[in-house]
Design a protein around this ligand. Structure first.
Ligand code: PLP
Length: 429
């Protein structure tokens, strides 16, 4: 059994009963199916292999903001993935599991000096530069460290790609990248600097991009600017074309990957550069569920609330983006249906996973899964309401491993420090 399947009336992940995991590890717990991650990676790789010449295959750099657990990174590295990072913390994670600097690209609008220095020391493949002040900063740090930085400029094509306005990144009003009109100036500035080497351009138009034509529209910005830059005597040897591939949360129509790969072949490949891609959600989103226990069924005159032990601090997407996630019982899956608002224990009305949703009836003590939670789930989790971070588990071939134990209260509050004055004030009173 691979992926998520029902067996003897109970939901399993890679042949492991989710009810058994819930009993052994407790809830809330994220469960990731390694077989689904593997399948997704190979699906994307195969689509590119089918459409692009053998010697022009992209480097797939997993955008680890989607899920940065070391076990997930290590699995993807074993499959041949590279890494896209946006912080020193993510870089540290990548290096820890054995990614080489040459497999890592660093994006982000607010790179700090120490983060830039850490990337230089790791000899990363390239910085995706998002502004001219950042370029100056990178040159200055590179001078200090004594290492030349390879830079690619993030082109903002003014194409609205994301499935929600908060995850659209390629419009002129967004903070990301620079307009096409800035590219010649940026390249010229970089060429005149002592410690940066411009190598190309990058782009990422948003997340959950359902309409493949958006990618075509965005890619269309590349040929002319690449030609201009080369005409100005610059080297453009790499194009990083970003991520943004959607997954199924409800009944969405998935991106036509073959059409996407075809656009890459028709628009990007003729430019004769190396190609980098930055898939995040696509590789891990459908591989994860958030396993939780029903604490109470609360009925009011007009609603029925299913109160789970998972909350918005564990999975923020519904509160942040009004995102849809499937919710199902782990067992008793054929029970008569009932209509619920599914909520967590956090003291916010926004701590609501769904409203007015029909699903098989559940009772206190039942286990439920919140589906498609493998991306931007635990990586966006917090300790709000002093709730320990959920445990994380990975499944593979009938086995499971805890890949991060649940936080203890000591983990959560142990680093708080009472200032001297409050201790003294207490003693004096
Ligand atoms: C620069 C960059 N690349 C890649 C990604 C990954 O996007 P997705 O998870 O939609 O593939 C993101 C997500 O925010 C991003 O900001």
């Amino acid at each position: 059994m691979s992926g998520f399947e029902e067996k003897d009336g109970v939901l399993h992940a890679d042949g492991v009963s989710l009810a058994a995991i819930a009993k052994d590890v407790g809830t809330p717990t994220y469960v990731y199916s390694s077989s689904v991650i593997e399948e997704q990676f190979n699906r994307l790789k195969d689509a590119m292999q089918k459409a692009l010449p053998k010697d022009r295959q992209p480097m797939l750099c997993f955008a680890c903001k989607a899920n940065s657990n070391l076990a997930v990174l290590s699995l993807l590295q074993s499959l041949g993935s590279g890494l896209e990072t946006v912080s020193e913390g993510e870089l540290i994670r990548g290096l820890k599991v054995g990614f080489m600097g040459s497999q890592i690209v660093a994006t982000g609008v607010g790179k700090q000096r120490r983060e830039i220095a850490a990337c230089l020391k790791a000899d990363i493949a390239q910085f995706n530069v998002e502004s001219l002040p950042e370029l100056e900063q990178i040159n200055s740090v590179a001078q200090e460290v004594g290492i030349k930085a390879r830079v690619a400029f993030r082109l903002n094509p003014n194409v609205s790609g994301g499935g929600h306005h908060k995850i659209s990144t390629g419009r002129t009003q967004d903070k990301f990248g620079m307009g096409v009109e800035m590219m010649e100036q940026a390249y010229a500035m970089a060429a005149a600097m002592s410690h940066v080497a411009p190598v190309g351009l990058s782009m990422h138009i948003g997340s959950q991009v359902y309409d493949v034509a958006k990618f075509r529209d965005a890619f269309a910005a590349f040929p002319e600017i690449v030609k201009k830059l080369r005409g100005n005597g610059h080297t453009v040897s790499r194009l990083d074309i970003g991520g943004g591939f959607p997954i199924v949360y409800n009944e969405e129509r998935l991106l036509d990957l073959d059409a996407y790969a075809q656009w890459v072949n028709e628009i990007i490949v003729p430019l004769g550069t190396e190609i980098i891609m930055e898939p995040g959600r696509y590789l891990v989103g459908n591989a994860g569920v958030l396993l939780s226990e029903v604490l109470y069924v609360k009925e009011t005159p007009d609603r029925k609330f299913l109160i789970l032990d998972a909350a918005m601090n564990d999975l923020l997407r519904p509160a942040l983006y009004d995102a849809y996630h499937g919710i199902e019982p782990v067992a008793s899956r054929n029970a008569a249906w009932a209509k619920y608002d599914v909520v967590g224990p956090v003291c916010e009305t926004g701590d609501t996973f769904t409203t007015d949703r029909e699903m098989p009836a559940m009772k206190a003590g039942d286990f439920a899964v919140i589906k498609s939670a493998g991306a931007y789930g635990t990586s966006m989790a917090s300790n709000y309401n002093t709730r320990p971070l959920a445990a994380e588990v990975m499944t593979r071939n009938g086995q499971y491993a805890v890949i991060r134990p649940r936080q203890t209260y000591e983990d959560v509050i142990g680093r708080d420090v009472m200032p001297d004055w409050s201790v003294k004030a207490k003693a004096a009173s």
